[in-house]
Design a protein around this ligand. Structure first.
Ligand code: NAD
Ligand code: DAU
Length: 357
């Protein structure tokens, strides 16, 4: 079949990536969507069961750091657009194991950039009609004092954790490829996402699960840190829009205009889970346990997404209370998904399938 476009999505088996793959596969049946993912602990094909048999979707297991394999894949599938989400994404893990973060986030992004550049240069039309879209985070801007206005695209980078330092470095490489080689790049920096299919090490899915099971809720420090939350499908919609209509060489901030102190969010989560489980509302507050703070814990993130709104008309679609309730319901209804992704069952299933090919 001849496809109108051939897109490579990296990290498509992860949390945000799986929503982006699902949206692209369904919305653009005339595009071929190639999902390249290493299937680390955070990536799972169980996140994509509902689209895995679609004729315009295919999965390739591989490592973005492997330049030769990525180049061969781009050539084989005639890739003309890259949406790059693959990364190590958990701040606490980066504190314990910074090398893995530098390897995947920095060297992996560099390998992808170089493969796209080298492959597209071999084509008669060169970079014409091509796009390299790099997904980044608001954490590159560092910690925002309570009395300062939100991060804009002009805010200076000031990363503090090994995770945010590795993402900042990858963003710089992407911009360098645009400025030096004219690679048609675009970068976005998004705030905290929440929603279905998030690995249960991150605050919201971890706490939903612990509330359900009556386990302690480890709140770092005094719970006063602030995050700006966005429903993951709103992020995926923004990615679709920016991939198609964002200006080459530009950066766009994406955020929820939705700041919450951790402790207030935890209380809202408790109320919601208790209510949906038919328990007295707030009865699980006894589970709140204040623990030693995360090292270098950024006080506050808040994104100003005005540029995206004014240029491309994007806005978050969901109120937080509504999105959170939808999310809690999803995790409560999908306990078997949780058990599966934490058991390694899907990796085993895939290894067997892969070995037989
Ligand atoms: P995730 O950890 O859920 O998923 C990451 C995916 O990348 C997994 O499927 C994993 O298997 C894959 N991967 C890891 N190393 C790889 C490698 N070397 N080669 C190929 N695949 C590899 O992450 P997420 O939360 O979905 O985040 C996706 C992207 O969005 C990341 O770049 C992250 O920095 C960024 N981001 C995340 C958030 C958030 O709140 N989660 C917010 C803003 C930006
Ligand atoms: O801002 C965007 C970033 O959001 C993304 O780039 C990262 O990939 C993503 O993991 C997320 O980073 P955070 O560190 O903000 O997310 P996390 O869910 O780990 O933590 C949210 C807040 O809750 C943070 O202030 C730390 C706190 N926390 C977290 C955990 C896991 C706790 O108090 N207890 C916990 O057990």
């Amino acid at each position: 079949m001849n496809f109108k476009r051939n897109l490579l999505i990296t990290g498509g088996a992860g949390f945000i990536g799986s929503h982006v793959v699902r949206l692209m596969v369904r919305k653009y049946p005339d595009y071929r969507i190639v999902n390249l993912d290493k299937l680390t602990y955070a990536g799972n094909l169980a996140n994509l069961r509902d689209v895995e048999d679609e004729p315009n979707y295919c999965f390739v297991k591989g490592d973005i750091c492997d330049f030769e394999a990525v180049y061969a894949l781009m050539q084989a599938y005639r890739i003309d657009g890259v949406i790059h989400l693959a990364a190590e994404s958990h701040v606490d893990r980066s504190i314990k194991d910074p090398f893995t973060f530098a390897r995947t986030n920095v060297l992996g992004t560099l390998a992808l950039l170089q493969a796209a550049k080298c492959y597209w240069e071999t084509l008669p039309e060169g970079f014409e009609g091509k796009r390299f879209y790099h997904i980044s985070t608001d954490e590159v801007y560092g910690a925002l004092p309570f009395d300062e206005s939100r991060f804009s695209e002009r805010t200076k980078y000031d990363p503090h954790s090994p995770y945010s330092a590795s993402k900042a470095s990858s963003d710089h490489f992407v911009r360098a490829y645009h400025d030096t080689y004219n690679l048609p790049t675009v970068v976005t920096n998004c705030s905290n996402n929440y929603g279905p299919y998030q690995f249960p090490e991150k605050l919201i899915p971890l706490f939903i699960n612990n509330i359900r099971n009556g386990k302690p809720l480890p709140v770092y420090g005094k719970g006063e840190n602030v995050r700006d939350w966005l429903y993951v499908e709103d992020h995926a919609r923004a990615i679709d829009l920016i991939f198609h209509r964002g200006r080459v060489g530009e950066s766009y901030n994406i955020g929820g205009f939705n700041e919450w102190r951790n402790i207030d969010l935890v209380r809202l989560l408790i109320k919601t889970v208790d209510r949906l489980l038919g328990r007295p509302e707030g009865s699980s507050e006894v589970l709140i346990t204040y623990v030693t703070d995360r090292a270098g814990h950024d006080l506050r993130y808040a994104i100003d997404a005005t540029k995206l709104k004014e240029e491309l008309g994007w806005e978050p679609s969901l109120q937080f209370e509504e999105g959170l309730e939808k999310t809690v319901r999803w995790y409560l209804d999908n306990a078997s998904w949780l058990a599966r992704i934490t058991s390694g069952e899907y990796e085993k299933y895939y290894e067997e399938m892969y070995a037989g090919r």
